[in-house]
Structures are given as C-alpha cells and as structure tokens.
Design a protein around this ligand. Structure first.
Ligand SMILES: [Zn+2]
Length: 375
C-alpha cells in the first residue's frame, strides 16, 4: 500500500515536472491543473516540493484576462548539469550541459592518447575533468554524472572496449577509468552520443539515423531517442555497408565499403593535403578534384538511400567532413533522390547542427535523460 501510494505520488510529481519542462513559455498552476487533469491542491503540494528541491521556480506573471495575475512557473535548467567527455586519437573535448542541454562550458584540447592504452586515457581524462570543473567553477554537488564517449565498440556491461581502432585499443579493461572518476560514470560510443544530441537538438521527437564522417565512417540510429544497439553491439556500422561489390579496398580488409569511398581521408590524407586545401582547390574548379568529389557524393548518396530504405527516418550527417558539405547539400540530395524510389526529394537529409560539440554534448545527455526518466 505504502509503496503504491509513493509510486503514484512520484508519478504525479514527475508528470508536473515534465509538463513544465516541455512547455514553451510560462505555465501557471491553473494551466497545469487543466492539462494534467489534477486538482489545484495536488498541483500546489507538488510544486512546493519541486521548488524546495530547486528544480522549479516562480517566474514573473503570466497573462491573465482580468483580476489578479497568475504566477508563472518554469523549470530551473541549471538546477543540475552533466558532463560529457569525447576521447579521440588526438583530441579531448569536454562539455557541461544543463537539463535543457544548453552548453554551460566547453573545452577542446590537443592531446595524443593514441596507442598508449587505457591507463593513459584514464590519466588524461581524470586530470582534465577536474581542471575543467575548477576553471569553469562548476558546482560538483549539482553534477549528475560524467559520460566518456569513445570511438569504439563496448561490451553491453560497458566494462571493456572490444575494439577502438583509432585509439589502438582492443579488448581493453575499462575498470581503471571507472575507478579514477569519483562521480557517477558511464562509457558510451561516440557516434551514438552524437546522434542522440542531434535528435535532442531537433526537438526530441521521432527517429533519426546519424552518419559520422570523422575518422572513417560510423553511425547510430535513435528510435524515439533510444539507441538501437543490435544483438552484438555492432549496429549502424554504416562505413562497412557495401556500395560497390569488389570495389575499393577498405580499412576493414573488405572491398567496396562506403568508408572506402567517403571517408575524409580519401579527400585529404590519401592526396597528401588537408581537407581545407582540398575544398579550396575544389572551389577553384580543379577538374581532377571535381571528379573525385562527385564520386564521393554519389557513393554517399547510395549509402544514405540504403539507410533510408532500412529505417525510413531523417538522416543527419556529422563529423569533420560534414562541415564542408553545406554548398554541396542540394547536389547530394539530388543524388539521394535518384536512388530513392519512394520520395520526390531528399529533404530528410540534413547536416549536424551541433558540429564539433555533438559528441561531448551527447555524452552529457546520457545523464540528463537518466535524470528526466527518473524524476
Ligand atoms: Zn569496410
């Protein structure tokens, strides 16, 4: 009895919090009672609890049709915050985000952890995290947790990295990392984190497929915001979908993978130039680069159309290479449309709105979602 009563009370409080969280503009006690079908005394009692917890505040006055104006109510976005850390071969990025995923602080630093094992990653992450919290004067008592995003495959228990080629980690124990971070901790895949952040930034509705064009090609699929992980934690390896049977050799050892045609390396490292140099030359109408870029876009379009056929959802391109795509997006959409028998245009293809911040923000989102699910 007692527990059923407590559960019901908690569900009511949660519904009130979520209603305030999702409402654009100012809510009132009356508007809450109306939209949730609850009595005013119930609303009042729960609001007292939520304001005492510092999660909700009164905020000026809402418009009223006459007489006394109703007190406005809103959630306090920075009542809690979460931290996301993105670990890549040569760069560490850290974001702190409030409950609405507004970025409170961000830092990006060059640091090579390549080939140095979990202990080096652990030392750098632990030290930089504390420095970050101190420098930005973030109140650790309000911190929900720290999520570290790695470019690799993890066990379902998140205690081992099975394979992270760009960090040169294989079947590595993550226990030291958990032990070194004295806060609630989680380890996520970087492309899943990115996709989750992009999904949230687009209003947190529907489904989304995310293609990461960073070191190689990776991705994620978010179904109603929940990552689809697959049976072996190996879902959404879009880079290794075959787009040309027997085609170019891929880093995985197979031939004709999307990654072999569309990785950033193909238009930078393989040519001995930087991405910026490639796109500068492309804009100056270098014919050889023009042909190569068309080839990249056409194969990317095949991959995108295949993902669309499988998941029937919006598709977002992110990562380093996507930052150069805006002028070519209309052309890419044309190529996608040519491969899609069901759509008249490919408006469902768009570019990342969070850019380089999407991985650490998406990692922070892990603990924010957890908070929202359990309030
Ligand atoms: Zn491959």
């Amino acid at each position: 009895m007692e527990s059923a009563f407590t559960d019901r009370r908690r569900a009511t409080r949660s519904a009130i919090y979520h209603c305030l969280y999702e409402t654009e503009g100012i809510s009132t006690r009356q508007s809450l009672a109306q939209s949730l079908g609850l009595s005013l005394p119930t609303i009042y009692q729960n609001l007292t609890e939520l304001t005492e917890l510092g999660l909700v505040r009164y905020s000026g006055e809402a418009q009223s049709t006459g007489g006394r104006r109703a007190a406005g109510l809103e959630i306090v976005p920075d009542a809690r915050f979460a931290v996301g850390v993105s670990v890549a071969a040569n760069r560490l990025r850290i974001s702190a985000a409030d409950l609405k995923l507004n970025e409170l602080a961000y830092r990006s630093m060059n640091c090579s952890v390549l080939g140095k094992g979990v202990s080096e990653v652990t030392d750098r992450v632990a030290a930089e995290l504390e420095r970050f919290l101190d420098d930005f004067r973030l109140d650790r008592t309000k911190m929900l947790g720290v999520c570290v995003a790695l470019p690799g495959l993890m066990t379902p228990e998140r205690d081992r990295v099975l394979f992270a080629p760009t960090l040169q980690l294989r079947d590595s124990d993550l226990t030291p990392l958990y032990a070194a971070i004295p806060y609630p901790m989680y380890v996520a895949n970087d492309a899943t984190s990115s996709g989750h952040a992009e999904w949230f930034a687009r209003g947190a509705v529907g489904n989304l497929a995310y293609i990461s064009m960073e070191c190689g090609i990776g991705g994620s699929v978010l179904i109603g915001g929940a990552p689809y992980n697959g049976s072996n934690q190996r879902s959404c390896e879009f880079g290794h979908m075959c787009v040309v049977p027997g085609g170019l050799k891929c880093s995985c050892g197979k031939h004709g993978c999307l990654e072999a045609y569309c990785s950033p390396d193909r238009v930078s490292k393989d040519l001995g130039i930087s991405l910026t140099e490639f796109f500068d030359e492309l804009e100056s109408k270098n014919p050889e680069y023009g042909l190569l870029w068309t080839d990249v876009l056409q194969h990317l379009a095949v991959g995108i159309a295949n993902i669309r056929m499988a998941f029937d959802c919006d598709i977002v391109l992110g990562g380093l290479l996507s930052q150069y795509i805006p002028p070519y997006l209309p052309l890419l959409r044309q190529y996608v449309t040519a491969n899609d028998p069901f759509s008249e245009n490919a408006d469902y293809v768009s570019l990342s709105v969070l850019g380089g911040h999407s991985v650490p923000l998406g990692a922070a989102l892990h603990f924010i979602s957890d908070f929202l699910d359990n309030i």
